[in-house]
Design a protein around this ligand. Structure first.
Ligand code: OSB
Ligand code: MG
Length: 368
């Protein structure tokens, strides 16, 4: 395989509703769709899941664009590779910038799968034809609205509900949710908003039978999470602390968490994701696929990834319609009774709708 042309589409897509986390509110998603063309004409797609601002992670869309344009795309173009795994090694000298790296990696895997006549799920070793999904709900000022959201999503069949929390919007919120929904599979995500000074508050979540608390402490931290886990019963799930195979290995060794949220972007691509997957399988660490409010392209990759065997918990890959008036893929991602069918057709298994892609593109450049 030899990628001879890459087009970056900088996108701006407005979500139906604002999404609030402990780090801020986002409604206009700015990200990059990366289109790669092989010498044989096969086209592959990847999504660079950055946001306009570096609030969740240090990368952001304009920075990723420069990283891709100046470093990663020149390294990729015209290079003969026998397998997409080789890209990880190729990009290794450049520190971090995982979201940018993962965008090319994703497109290369799509090309590779199409050339092999395999679905992306098959190409990466997936073993499921359908996956269970949950939904992630943002912080709401109005508790009634939160309860309505949960009621709706539960009625839609989502397999678990995740709610965002932050200091001051945590124990009371969970208590009230549990009063109305005593039995739903429920978890919370703090997006790094707490410190070890908050142990007493976090302990108060223990009676509410949460599946897990996601990333309570600082992004990148493993040590304090291990300490926190000794004091709370709720299992800790790591998100912003896992950027590499070694992060996952050390987290398991230290007991920093009991569950891992996998985002392919955050770990720099499918190749590293697969290594972490093997590690978690061996260590009996359940995984699930996180989300970055993706368009259909990123969503398609997430569906394929979730077909791997250690992804035993429902992830955040909700239906296209949960986010968008219209998605940029055909067909859109549909969730029925909390289940998404894993496409069997070659590559990501969805067609990018070029008309809709163009409609939301604010900058486009082709590199050869
Ligand atoms: O922490 O998982 C997170 C969205 C943007 C950035 C970080 C996170 C999230 C979500 C939403 O929780 C996941 C989704 O619905 O795509
Ligand atoms: Mg998270």
């Amino acid at each position: 395989m030899k990628i001879t042309e890459i087009t970056m589409h900088r996108m701006n897509m407005r979500m139906k509703n604002p999404f609030t986390t402990s780090f801020g509110t986002e409604q206009d998603r700015e990200f990059i769709i990366l289109e790669a063309k092989d010498a044989d004409g096969t086209v592959g797609w990847g999504e660079c899941v950055t946001s306009e601002s570096p609030l969740y992670i240090e990368e952001f869309t304009k920075a990723a664009w420069v990283m891709l344009e100046e470093y990663l795309i020149p390294l990729t173009l015209g290079r003969e590779i026998s397998h997409p795994d080789e890209l990880t090694e190729l990009f290794e000298p450049f520190k971090r910038n995982n979201l940018a790296k993962a965008a090319i990696d994703a497109a290369a895997w799509d090309i590779y799968a199409k050339q092999q006549g395999l679905s992306l799920a098959e190409a990466i070793g997936g073993c499921r034809t359908e996956i269970e999904v949950g939904v992630s709900l943002g912080i709401e000022d109005d508790m009634e609205r939160m309860l309505t959201n949960i009621k709706e999503k539960t009625a839609d069949g989502y397999k678990r509900i995740k709610v965002k929390i932050k200091p001051g919007k945590d124990v009371e919120v969970v208590k009230e949710i549990r009063e109305h929904f005593p039995d739903i599979p429920l978890m919370v995500d703090a997006n790094s908003a707490y410190t070890l000074d908050d142990v007493e508050t976090l302990k108060q979540l223990d009676p509410y039978n949460l599946m897990m608390i996601e990333q309570p402490l600082t992004a990148g931290d493993l040590i304090d999470h291990a300490e926190l886990q000794k004091h709370i019963k709720t299992p800790i799930c790591l998100d912003e602390s896992i950027h590499s195979y070694d992060d996952a290995r050390q987290a398991i060794q230290l007991g920093s968490g009991k569950i891992i949220n996998m985002k392919v972007g955050r770990v720099g691509g499918i190749t590293t994701m697969k290594r972490i997957h093997e590690l978690c399988k061996e260590a009996n660490i359940p995984m699930w696929c996180g989300g970055m409010l993706e368009s259909g392209v990123g969503r398609a990759h997430n569906i394929a990834i979730t077909s791997l065997s250690a992804f035993t918990l429902p992830g955040d890959t909700a239906a296209s319609s949960r986010y968008w008036e219209e998605d940029i893929i055909d067909p859109e991602v549909v969730v029925k009774d909390g289940i998404v069918q894993v496409p069997a057709s070659p590559g990501i298994g969805y067609e990018v709708n070029r008309e809709k892609l163009a409609k939301y593109t604010v900058q486009k450049e082709t590199f050869k």
